[in-house]
Write a protein that binds this ligand. Sequence first.
Ligand SMILES: NC(=O)c1ccc[n+]([C@@H]2O[C@H](COP(=O)([O-])OP(=O)(O)OC[C@H]3O[C@@H](n4cnc5c(N)ncnc54)[C@H](OP(=O)(O)O)[C@@H]3O)[C@@H](O)[C@H]2O)c1
Length: 317
Amino acid sequence: MLMVHPARRIILGGMSFGKPWDQNPITSEQVREANLAIDAAIEAGIGTIDLADIYTNTKAEQVFGQVLKDRPDLRDKLLIQSKTGIELHVAHNGSNRYNLTCDYIIEKTDQILKRIGVKYLDMLLLHRPDPLAYPTDTARAIDILYQRGWVRSFGVSNMSAPRLNLLNSFTAQTIRANQLQFSLGHCGIIDDIVEVNTDRQALVGNHGLVEYCMLNDISIQAWGATDKGRFCNPISETTPESDKPIITKVFALAEKYSVEPIAIVTAWLMDLPMRVEPVIGTISPDRIKAAAKALCFSLDREDWYDLWIISRGRRLL
Ligand SMILES: NC(=O)c1ccc[n+]([C@@H]2O[C@H](COP(=O)([O-])OP(=O)(O)OC[C@H]3O[C@@H](n4cnc5c(N)ncnc54)[C@H](OP(=O)(O)O)[C@@H]3O)[C@@H](O)[C@H]2O)c1
């Protein structure tokens, strides 16, 4: 039995369910793969799944819907979150569009519920900020979805602190999560805390995001949490020179804590005092179980700093 730290949470990312991104019908092999990933996650103490309407052209939600149809008992074992707000580029000359208008969000949420085959989502995230949508209109969708009982809680994704604040001030609901790209290899929001009026400050520029989330009890869901395994695979001929010291350190720490490297990069995120919830994208059962070990230990302070300083490539003054 694993001793999971009560304040720690990892989320299973479902972006690879139903891959590749094509228009073909879902296959039994894709459903089997998803079942194995979900079983590994639940066994390892991961109880939330992250989807989006666009993932694999809606196939991720279809695959997950089929899993739930075959095994309805899973509904009580998993919190289900999905996202809407991105219109895929197929109809738009090669570039996606963002859409956070009220009508769009409600229509797409209805489709999500039907695809997954559930009456409500535990959380809906607004996938990307839409500069053209009125925040009051977006907030209206949130309130309508809550009143209809279609969505129990709300989050956003890839949103700055001022943008979040704007939305928060127009909706009666509380925004509970902000899903951002955040990992050992992509941790500008941490640099942001220490780079105040330095030469580097202009390069970071997410000022106040961590503090806003902490003050408002908003969790930071870290997507790309394992940098697609960049620091978890042994050094090879193709490893970039700049990654080598980071991989060496990750592997040394893995040995010290008797875990796999993926648990080190995952724990490094959760050791931060704001609530960071890594969204891991692997659907390999072994990797899921290895990453989930990060629920059970913390890095020593010295080790956390060593890893950060090596990965940022600049000493702290
Ligand atoms: N909100 C947003 O804008 C946004 C954007 C992107 C993603 N997301 C969410 O975040 C989740 C995670 O994102 P991500 O896929 O970029 O995360 P990630 O955990 O950094 O990368 C996982 C991917 O890397 C591959 N990989 C290769 N070697 C690996 C290794 N040694 N260890 C671990 N993974 C390895 C995995 O393949 P295998 O499956 O073969 O292990 C998988 O495809 C997604 O599933 C999705 O739910 C959100």
